[in-house]
Design a protein around this ligand. Structure first.
Ligand code: NAD
Length: 344
């Protein structure tokens, strides 16, 4: 465990809390990066890692990322993340989630959480039996349509920057991954007159997209080399790398996936290829807005949509600043978030 306090100090963390409940096998941790803007907000994931060090490293990385995402979205919350260590396919039982819920209560509303990898709606419902610090479960619904809506608004901002107009009519968008965000995004794009190239590992989803929107389907390997205006990654992270970047023929990369590239050098290489990149945590914040507004008790869809609409203006402002300050959009997004991280 040595070195964590130094790392916390270096990265501005407030708390790292661990819990063990032998009665149900719960081993969990919560990292609270910042509560300057408000209580920390971030999902809880259930995952087994190669080592405890790898688990805590990932947890801290994700918690810090949430502070940036909340601050860039101008929400009155900070950043944190929860982790239940275990195999989501083998180690779940109701008492585990009840115990985790009671642990959250002991944090005195400094951390609110929701769904992340390995945790589903049923698990959240069990946590909700014990705590008010969980947003999700049956009564709240899915944030994904709001993430998709925000990505669509963000793509419009990108189109304005590159083509001089936000209008997507006639534009070709290659969507990687037709899951809960990708599917809803495709509908917005088609409604605006864009045409789709799609891929998914799941053939049922591919077939449905072909039938519903007349989308042209390609294999997951071929999606990168398609002639298109916009490439929209809505599956996993790390998809833009040394192998895929040279294949791209698009002018814009804008999608829901987190950490679309792994290294800073890649961000520079994207720009050098003449491609505009929409910073992931800015464009995919619609679901976070939905969760935070529910936390505040705001469930009115129009009010939530109006807040998500702001992603378009925010991205336009970031692109303008990036041009003026001769920095990458991703660098400006970090600066913008850091400016706000210190503000209530
Ligand atoms: P999902 O699991 O519902 O959908 C992902 C889809 O991508 C699935 O249909 C899967 O079969 C497909 N897929 C996986 N690997 C693929 C590959 N190599 N090529 C083609 N298709 C592939 O996930 P989701 O909730 O739609 O989220 C999509 C992405 O957006 C994820 O990276 C997620 O972290 C990110 N994100 C989601 C939300 C949200 O509100 N759901 C919010 C922010 C960010």
């Amino acid at each position: 465990m040595s070195g964590y306090l130094a790392k916390m100090e270096e990265q501005g963390f407030e708390e790292l809390i661990m819990v063990c409940d032998a009665s149900c096998g719960l081993k969990a941790a919560v990292a609270i990066h910042s509560t300057v803007r408000g209580p920390a907000l971030g999902g809880t994931r259930m995952w087994s890692y190669a080592s405890e060090e790898a688990a805590i490293e990932d947890l801290m990385h994700l918690a810090r990322g949430m502070s940036y995402k909340s601050a860039a979205a101008e929400l009155p919350v900070g950043g944190g993340k929860g982790l239940i260590i275990g195999d989501p396919n083998k180690d779940k039982c109701p008492e585990l989630f009840h115990s985790y819920g009671r642990f959250l209560n002991r944090l005195n509303k400094r951390f609110y959480t929701g769904k992340d990898m390995g945790v589903d709606e049923d698990d959240l419902t069990l946590m909700c039996d014990e705590t008010e610090c969980v947003i999700g479960g049956e009564s709240v619904g899915s944030p994904s349509p709001f993430t998709a809506y925000g990505v669509w608004r963000g793509i419009r901002a990108c189109a304005e920057e590159v083509y001089g107009s936000p209008n997507l009519e006639g534009k070709v968008v290659a969507v990687q991954g037709i899951g809960s965000v990708g599917e809803s995004l495709c509908q917005h794009l088609v409604d605006e007159g864009a045409s789709l190239i799609i891929c998914d590992l799941d053939q049922e989803r591919v077939k449905a997209a072909q039938e519903k929107w007349g989308a042209r389907a390609v294999s997951p390997e071929d999606i990168y080399s398609q002639e298109c205006d916009i490439f929209s990654p809505c599956a996993g992270g790390g998809v833009i790398n040394e192998k895929t970047l040279p294949q791209l023929k698009c002018k814009i990369i804008a999608g829901a996936a987190n950490n679309i590239y792994k290294t800073k050098e890649m961000a520079k290489a994207i720009q050098e290829r003449g491609i505009l990149y929409a910073p992931d945590y800015v464009i995919n914040a619609g679901g976070l807005v939905f969760v935070e507004m529910h936390r505040q008790g705001i469930t009115d869809q129009e009010k939530i949509t109006a807040e998500v609409d702001r992603i378009e203006e925010r991205l336009k402002m970031l692109f303008r600043r990036a041009r003026e300050e001769q920095l990458l959009p991703a660098e400006i997004a970090d600066i913008y978030a850091e400016e706000r991280l210190q503000m209530r």
